[in-house]
Design a protein around this ligand. Structure first.
Ligand SMILES: O=C(O)C1=C[C@@H](OP(=O)(O)O)[C@@H](O)[C@H](O)C1
Ligand SMILES: C=C(OP(=O)(O)O)C(=O)O
Length: 446
């Protein structure tokens, strides 16, 4: 179990929206960027700062892991501005909680330590796929005991590195994890993928872009039009002052609130260009009939009169599947979500969890080999289990806007990436009510 209090639970009745939601909702920093910036800063050739960092269970677990391994991390003017001073990497015990980014990004860095590093995490994390990463490390000359949490990296101060072939079809994080620390391996690394297509490629693009920004040379080779081999040359990781973008995946439940209530929600500081997978919500909501615009004010979604279902491949953006399933379950026409078999290894088996919880509300959501079929069906209130999955909890909240009596068993689990989600949600609704739907800038949660 996590030692950081992340396992305490709290029940919450999701509030309904008596009128169209009208709000401006600022979301905190990206989990994926924060945890990459922290790892790169810990490996860098000097002190870095990370501005706009997300503070949440997953990022605090990363901070704790890197501190235990010898990195100095202090808060500067605020909790979201972190000063990172690299130090010699030493032996430690690491709690991964349920964070994929901690369990996949930290072991390769820990392999550079001068002593053993032990990893464990939540009970539920012990079933998340991990062997591919650990086999990859073995292929690079590291001794590792175990194939899943708990496991031990027998570090000896250096990693030979070289070429390794893995099947990364289970998670892009296996590739990202090996690449992030590879510049510090003696021979760098070449990761070859051999297997069905790698999911979540934008997340690997983010890894490559951030490595290059830190002065690391990365080369990519393609097979059949898809990247299949990544090479990181050995060399210094330069210290960078990282500025973290808002978390676009965490923005999606708030944008969905506009879509399902025929309202209008703006998320400020939406980047014009980004490697974040969450940016795909723009095309998805447009396909469902919403009006989606990016302006200097941010990204604004205006809900349609009629929310339409869609047929979409979410292979690259599996993180969005719970939000998209909630939207689709409230749409007037059927939907098919494809390309997301790997969601069975996320925080929970998300395909099973979504099908089960919608069935309990009278919904018609069925699992396929690689996704979900969602048919319109009248929904009623009832229990909604979160399965320790932040995005299951936020999906329940979206449904609750239109369906009274959605009893989420654990809203505290949103602290994995968005502590205070329920307060933000309630503020969004309260301010919409204050303006009675007449003013588009009703709520500001900034
Ligand atoms: O590298 C990252 O920051 C992430 C990669 C993706 O993982 P998968 O490739 O396992 O889907 C994504 O779903 C996860 O939330 C974050
Ligand atoms: C899959 C997710 O998280 P993790 O980084 O733990 O894999 C997610 O946030 O949707």
């Amino acid at each position: 179990m996590g030692e950081d209090g992340g396992v305490s639970t709290r029940a919450w009745t999701a509030p309904t929206a008596p009128r169209p939601v009208r709000a401006v909702v600022a979301v905190p920093g990206s989990k994926s960027m924060t945890n990459r910036a922290l790892v790169l800063a810990a490996l860098a050739d000097g002190p870095s700062t990370v501005t706009g960092a997300l503070r949440s269970r997953d990022t605090d677990l990363m901070i704790a892991a890197l501190r235990a391994l010898g990195t100095g991390i202090t808060e500067a003017d605020s909790a979201t501005t972190l000063h990172v001073v690299p130090g010699p990497i030493r032996g430690a015990h690491i709690d991964c909680g349920l964070a994929g980014t901690v369990m996949r990004f930290v072991p390769p860095l820990a392999a550079l330590a001068d002593a053993d590093v032990q990893f464990d995490g939540d009970e539920q994390a012990r079933t998340r796929p991990q062997a591919t990463l650990l086999d990859g490390l073995r292929g690079l000359g590291v001794r590792v005991d175990g194939d899943r949490l708990p496991f031990t990296v027998h570090a000896r101060g250096e990693v030979p590195g070289g070429t390794v072939t893995i099947d990364a079809s289970g998670s892009s994080q296996f590739v990202s994890g090996l690449l992030l620390s590879a510049a510090r391996f003696d021979a760098g690394v070449t990761v070859r993928h051999d297997g069905p297509p790698v999911p979540s490629l934008p997340h690997i693009d983010m890894t490559v872009a951030m490595l290059r920004r830190a002065g690391v040379t990365v080369e990519i080779a393609h097979r059949h039009g898809a990247p299949s081999e990544w090479t990181v040359k050995p060399g210094a990781v330069r210290a960078v002052d990282w500025v973290v973008e808002p978390d676009l995946s965490n923005a999606t439940p708030f944008l969905a609130a506009a879509a399902v209530t025929g309202g209008e929600v703006t998320v400020p500081h939406w980047p014009a260009e980004t490697t974040q997978a969450g940016d795909a919500i723009r095309a998805i909501l447009t396909d469902m009939g919403a009006d989606v615009r990016r302006t200097d004010a941010g990204l604004t979604v205006r809900g349609p009169g009629e929310l339409l279902g869609l047929d979409v491949d979410l292979h690259d953006v599996g993180e969005l599947a719970p939000t998209v399933t909630a939207l689709a379950a409230l749409a007037t026409t059927p939907s098919t979500l494809r390309g997301i078999a790997h969601l069975r290894g996320h925080e929970t088996d998300r395909l099973a969890a979504l099908a089960t919880e919608f069935a309990g509300l009278g919904g018609d959501v069925t699992e396929t080999a690689d996704g979900l079929e969602i048919r319109p069906s009248p929904l009623h209130g009832g229990p909604w289990r979160a399965y320790a999955d932040h995005r299951m909890a936020t999906a329940g909240a979206i449904v609750g806007l239109r369906v009274p009596g959605i009893e989420i068993d654990d809203v505290a689990t949103t602290a994995k990436t968005l502590p205070g989600f329920d307060r933000m949600w309630e503020t969004m609704l309260d301010s919409s009510a204050a303006h009675d739907g007449s003013h588009p800038e009703g709520a500001r949660t900034e």
